[in-house]
Design a protein around this ligand. Structure first.
Ligand SMILES: Cc1cc2nc3c(=O)[nH]c(=O)nc-3n(C[C@H](O)[C@H](O)[C@H](O)COP(=O)(O)OP(=O)(O)OC[C@H]3O[C@@H](n4cnc5c(N)ncnc54)[C@H](O)[C@@H]3O)c2cc1C
Length: 284
């Protein structure tokens, strides 16, 4: 297996295109485990660690945020992003343990697309846009359209995820992420990511996303609509939770049966929506 250390995105894209079945390696926290288990055997690895600028998180004056794909989960966890974007930092804080967050990258977690991972539902809740660059140029993919199936994304084999962009959070927006796990540091049995926009106690927009409840992050227009233009009263939140519960198709594994996971959904949705809502009342 060959290991390359490009220093520019162009060089990295060219290397990926030049070697059939080559893979990027970012933090190595999932890829190396898959190599060790014999699940992958790529002829070449293209490391992103030395690619200039890929590890930068930038807050623009208009409130938008851009982060390179190689920003570490630890950097995101401590970024203290405002408004609804807090869902991203809160999810990153709950990934595994510090040693993994120090190596693991945001881009690696998104591209690995593990349905039980913490960052995919959070980036869908935040309505992120992902920039992919390949031999034919760049394109932008909504997080909603990025996760296609178990460990499968919309990226072509010769594309690299280079950047994630987030629009300025609207005034009155709040976010929260809750993870139900067997023990601290484990993958989620069920997780919920929430981004709300509130105006005088009324929810004007909502994005509620489940993790570990389908092959990809699960968001439903109908569940979000059930919360919009309400005061997030118990009935509205229960309706959204029930819609998500009906749509969930969780896997059964050592973290819980499909039925057990489904039962957790309404309560965890209610807790996470309430945590986000309470933030809108907290003194600034
Ligand atoms: C013990 C342990 C516990 C963990 N617990 C959790 C947890 O609780 N929650 C959680 O969410 N995650 C958990 N993880 C996974 C961790 O978050 C990984 O860091 C993450 O899944 C992958 O990020 P990485 O930078 O290490 O990517 P890598 O392992 O380097 O790569 C992962 C995949 O993404 C591809 N890739 C990486 N970057 C790019 C890019 N920019 N463009 C295109 N393809 C790319 C690689 O080719 C590979 O297929 C755990 C990992 C371990 C080892």
């Amino acid at each position: 297996m060959q290991l390359f250390h490009p220093t520019t995105i162009d060089e990295a894209v060219a290397l990926l295109a030049a070697h059939d079945e080559a893979r990027c390696i970012a933090g190595g926290q999932s890829l190396v485990a898959m190599l060790n288990l014999g699940l992958l055997d790529p002829p070449a690895l293209v490391s992103l660690r030395k690619v200039a600028g890929l590890d930068r998180l930038t807050r623009h004056a208009d409130g938008s945020v851009a982060m390179g794909a190689a920003v570490t989960q630890a950097t995101l966890a401590s970024a203290g992003l405002p408004g609804a974007l807090a869902v991203l930092s809160e999810a990153a804080q709950q990934v595994a343990h510090p040693a993994i967050r120090n190596f693991g990258t945001v881009g690696g977690a998104l591209c690995h697309a593990d349905p039980a991972a913490d960052l995919p539902p959070a980036f869908v809740a935040a309505d992120a846009r992902l920039t992919a660059i390949g031999p034919d140029g760049g394109r932008s993919i909504r997080a909603d359209d990025f996760f296609l199936d178990y460990l499968t994304t919309a990226l072509a084999e010769d594309e690299i995820l280079t950047e994630i962009r987030l629009s300025p959070p609207p005034p009155g927006s709040v976010g929260a992420y809750h993870k139900f796990a067997r023990v601290d540091g484990d993958y989620a049995t069920v997780s919920v990511a929430v981004a709300l926009t509130l105006e005088g106690g009324i929810c004007r927009a909502a994005r509620v996303v489940l993790g570990s409840c389908a092959a990809q992050p699960l968001r439903l227009d109908a569940a979000d609509a059930a919360l919009a233009d309400t005061r997030l009263d118990r009935e509205a939140v229960a309706r959204a939770g029930a819609l998500l519960q009906d749509a969930a198709e969780p896997l059964a594994d050592m973290r819980g049966s499909a039925d057990y996971r489904r039962r957790i959904i309404p309560g965890l949705v209610a807790r996470t929506v309430e945590a986000a809502r309470a933030r809108s009342e907290a003194p600034a």
